[in-house]
Write a protein that binds this ligand. Structure first.
Ligand code: SER
Length: 320
């Protein structure tokens, strides 16, 4: 039986991952860890236990692990890339300080730990096309610095202390459920809301800005599958490249217009986001994840677009 603690359960990934885990491990506890001011509500609150777990407070992590006999921690606490540039000290405190606290509790109490890394762990000196699994990682954003350091720290705890740490490098994640906040890839979520609301979208990135992206159902499945993978097959741990698709603003705009022909997009560049996006890969090579644990995406740009538009129309009451 798996007893799971999700730290950051009310965030962009956590709110959906917690519900997915509760569906997959109904016999165990899937505890929704939250911080004050971001309490779980509705289905997330009602479908299972929740606990106040601020990742910067090691005592709160340890208490929840003891109380619910936790054996697996999903650590999803982080500030996204653009916000982390505005608050770099807080980004470090949560991203790295928080990870250290989590790994120490995991070491003492024998938990496995999943902590996502990101395309943000790469930088300008990384090969941008078909970015290999093992390559140069010299990011210049605080988000990226915390992600590379987190990969190294997680591998250290695996080798030195035998903590079962595993991770994937998520591309930009797209979902109609929880709105993201403060990321560089988030334009690819916002654009669907504008299309469904019949408003002109002002794109913060210029044409030709390619980045890897993934629909949330694939991302959630990846987070589960990597933790369920046969450890004897894993040559890597922290962290696996995974991707579903790579597109630029023109391609996603053209795809949406296939289904919303009168949709309009203009460009209004955000220099901070553009600089960050330019430093990230255009496309990842995820062959190691495919070989070592059978990773395979299900959604491409077309399938994702149809599903996003369908579900956002329902969510925003635009269904005709
Ligand atoms: N979606 C994240 C961001 O844009 C990247 O992992 O910050």
């Amino acid at each position: 039986m798996k007893n799971i603690l999700v730290i950051g359960s009310t965030g962009q990934i956590g709110s959906e991952l917690t519900m997915k885990l509760r569906g997959l491990y109904p016999q165990g506890n899937v505890v929704a860890g939250y911080i004050s001011g971001a309490e779980p509500k509705g289905e997330l609150l009602e479908s299972g236990p929740s606990a106040l777990v601020d990742i910067t407070n090691p005592g709160q992590i340890a208490d929840a692990v003891d109380r619910y006999k936790i054996d697996t921690i999903y650590n999803l606490a982080a500030l996204l890339s653009a916000v982390a540039e505005v608050k770099p000290q807080l980004a470090w405190k949560i991203g790295l300080g928080g990870l250290f606290n989590t790994l120490e509790v995991a070491r003492e109490k024998g938990c496995a730990v999943f902590t996502p890394s990101s395309i943000g762990s790469f930088g300008n000196s990384t090969p941008h096309t078909k970015t290999p699994q093992d390559t140069i990682q010299r990011p210049e954003t605080m988000y990226g610095v915390t992600k590379v350091s987190g990969e190294l720290l997680s591998d250290y705890y695996a080798k030195r202390f035998g903590v079962d740490t595993r991770s994937v490098r998520f591309p930009g994640l797209i979902s109609y459920v929880a709105p993201p906040g403060g990321g560089t890839t988030d334009y690819a979520v916002d654009i669907y809301y504008y299309a469904v609301n019949g408003e002109t979208f002002k794109c913060p990135l210029k044409p030709g800005t390619l980045m890897d992206m993934m629909y949330m159902p694939d991302a959630l499945r990846a987070a589960v599958e990597i933790m369920e993978a046969d450890p004897s097959r894993l040559k890597h741990r922290n962290s696996f490249n995974i991707t579903s698709m790579s597109f630029d603003p023109e391609e996603i705009y053209a795809k949406i217009r296939e289904y919303v022909p009168d949709f309009k997009m203009e460009y209004e560049l955000d220099p901070l986001r553009q600089k960050i996006a330019d430093s990230w890969p255009d496309s990842l090579d995820d062959s190691c994840a495919r070989e070592e644990w059978g990773w395979k995406p299900e959604y491409d740009l077309d399938a994702m677009t149809r599903d996003m538009l369908k579900n956002l129309r329902i969510k925003l009451n635009k269904d005709k």
